[in-house]
Design a protein around this ligand. Structure first.
Ligand SMILES: CSC[C@H]1O[C@H](OP(=O)(O)O)[C@H](O)[C@@H]1O
Length: 326
């Protein structure tokens, strides 16, 4: 048995599939961003580990080592280690079949969470709104509805006229390549802008709301998301545009402090090249942090599958988490 995943590095110009049949192929698919997006890498990591455990039944020590290989593929999104840990615990507790059942349960959880984020988040959108989004937090980052794109999809399903502005999201271009791909395919009115145009669009009153996804959210509302999110949040605050974060509770990290979170530094080539063409001279230095942190004071509300959390976030997120654990 294998998990067939869409190679997102080839989108939007080519549809290319890749098989994940174990821990190493899952690690490689996640690390090289064949698949990306916090919930989706959790799902792929879970299945990669579960498929290997069900094929080899390697025993506890080897299983722990395999889990570590998958969990360490990317450091920032909390969904990955959480999902892998759930599969490992299931294997240690109940064997290989239990591990596969846990992976399937994680998939179903993310599918239903995405839909419910849409149902709750839709209430924040008004007919005629133009919603700006950053990076890709759609079906290609999760399962089906997405997170940031879920309220947009549900609002449109309910008859609201919603238009989207997607920024390109350098350097990996998830906005231009993935969000635009998804929304055009769905027939949703979408305008692509470069990252440098966000301030201009807001200054001209072209943006009514912002919704972004998340890779890790702390209990006090610090949001770790794609690089560039922080500056979108600052601009939204400056222009009095509500800035919403959409995330399943699987992305909530109840224990870490901001200084504990590792911001992934990716290959400088992602900045030096665009689709294989070099755009900067040899010898230039490069920074390539894949994520940044947005402090809670810039976050208008956090949309989850259990409802909408409003400041102060420690109280509201604790309440929603408590409901989820009942
Ligand atoms: C719904 S999680 C999507 C989240 O993941 C993206 O990062 P990457 O493309 O590097 O996996 C980005 O931060 C999105 O908001």
């Amino acid at each position: 048995m294998v998990l067939r995943v869409l190679d997102q590095r080839a989108l939007p110009t080519r549809i290319r599939w890749r098989d994940v049949d174990g821990a190493e192929s899952a690690r490689d698919a996640i690390k090289t961003m064949v698949v990306r997006g916090a919930p989706l890498i959790g799902v792929v990591g879970a299945f990669g580990l579960a498929l290997e455990l069900s094929r080899r039944d390697p025993g506890p020590e080897a299983a722990r080592a395999l889990a570590e290989r998958v969990s360490s593929a990317r450091p920032t999104a909390v969904n990955l280690p959480r999902a892998v840990s759930r599969v490992l615990d299931s294997y240690l507790r109940g064997g290989a079949n239990e591990a596969l059942r846990e992976a399937e349960s994680i998939l179903e959880y993310e599918r239903e969470s995405a839909r419910m984020i849409g149902v709750h988040g839709e209430q924040l959108l008004m007919d005629g709104d133009v919603v700006l989004t950053h990076c890709n937090a759609g079906a290609l980052a999760t399962v089906e509805y997405g997170t940031a794109l879920a309220p947009i999809r549900v609002a449109i399903e309910m008859g609201k006229r919603i238009r989207v502005i997607a920024d390109e999201t350098r350097p990996v271009l998830q906005g231009a390549r993935l969000t635009a791909f998804e929304l055009v395919k769905d027939g949703i009115d979408t305008t692509l802008i470069s990252d440098t145009m966000v301030g201009y669009a807001m200054s001209k009153g072209l943006v009514n709301k912002v919704i972004v996804g998340a890779d890790r959210v702390l209990m006090d509302g610090h949001v770790f998301n794609k690089i560039g999110t922080y500056q979108v949040a600052i601009l939204a605050r400056t222009h009095h545009v509500p800035f919403y974060v959409a995330m399943p509770l699987s992305t909530l990290d109840p224990t870490s402090s901001p200084e504990d979170v590792v911001i992934e530094e990716r290959d400088p080539k992602e900045v030096l090249y665009v689709r294989g063409r070099r755009i900067a001279p040899r010898g230039v230095k490069v920074m390539n942090p894949a994520f940044d942190m947005t402090p809670p004071e810039y976050v208008s509300a956090i949309i989850t599958e259990r409802g909408i959390a409003e400041p102060p976030y420690r109280e509201s997120l604790t309440e929603l988490l408590g409901q989820a654990q009942q």
